[in-house]
Design a protein around this ligand. Sequence first.
Ligand code: AMP
Length: 408
Amino acid sequence: MELATGGAVNQMSILVLNAGSSTLKYALFDDAAKTELAGGVIDWHGSDSSATFHFRTSGTEDSHTLVGSPDYRMAVNEILDRLTANGFDKPVTAVGHRIVHGGPAFNQAVLIDDRVREELEQISTLAPLHNPPALAAVEAARKVFPDAVHIAVFDTAFYSALPRREVVYPLPYQWFEEYGIRRYGFHGISHAYCAKRAAEILEREDDSNLRLIICHLGNGCSATAVRGEQPVATTMGFTPLEGLMMGTRSGSIDPGILLHLMEQHHMKRDHLDEILNRQSGLLGISGVSSDFREVEQSANAGHKRASLAIEMFATRIRSTIGAFAVTLGGIDALIFTAGIGEHSRTLRSRVCAGLQSLNVLLDEDKNQERSADSDIAQVDSTARILVIRTREEQDIAHAAQRLREESS
Ligand code: AMP
């Protein structure tokens, strides 16, 4: 996204916070939630004594080290200080918070009050890795910005429209009813944004039959089948562990493997959790890195397991596209987004190499030179192939702006 010029524009009004287990991403938007004025990330890199503070605004970008343990109050204050020092000193009137899991209760963005705060607290057990840091950031931001409205935007909300056949797992039905074992789906903010943006690019905004397959390929990876901006199927499930192979997450595996490891190798829950969430995927197979660029570099240098990791990664995406094409009864557009989807030409090329049978045809020249939000399909391809730059922060800012207006 183009950043506006710094202090001269000086429209500080909506702040977006996206808290992960050891990062806090932030972005400052103008009052209309149209222009990103500044942004960055505080990254503790798993350390409990220091973090890197990254800041960018128009024309400048820099990083420095912050000393101190992960503490969101300190982090939000640092963000405020840095913004103010750069001339962004208008009051923040709305803070949009990305919350990964909205549980069964939240199917749209909400104003955070004490009741919502309590409900979110209860949902935390559903997403122990993701929700607690976000709630800590909410708590900190409410203290630092007591006069602003605080809004929660959920990754799961987009999927509240998923058909029941996709929501229920083929397990005893009581588990769905009594234990709430069901598919939630994640990355919904990104998938919803891409669906809307694709409809705009294709000039089919009002077409309720527009069939899209969106591949969000970043550190976390998921694919969603969408018809007319409504989700029809998605790969992530009860947790963000299901589905495609990811940077460090396994994606779908035979659950019998876990039973075997517990029984024959006496592996405990926490160990399996660590392996499935942090030691698998691209990292687990390549043994090199979870970062796609590094795995690609190693593969190019002849590293066999790095090549295998990329082949597996691409194959699983391709199989999912095939399955979703059948679910949708055809594809009007295939969309690549997030770090790998937006930037890796070779990955897009590999994925599309298996799609000729669907007459989804990549134009290699356009793939090499692609710019953001462009069509890289051949003219005679049945489906368009779009690379879309995902803008989760902007969507959160829009929701914050809308709810702030409604509540005033
Ligand atoms: P995200 O979670 O969306 O930030 O995406 C992170 C992933 O995108 C990492 O695996 C990066 O290696 C990958 N990525 C970022 N830039 C590139 C690039 N230029 N080429 C290939 N992969 C990239």
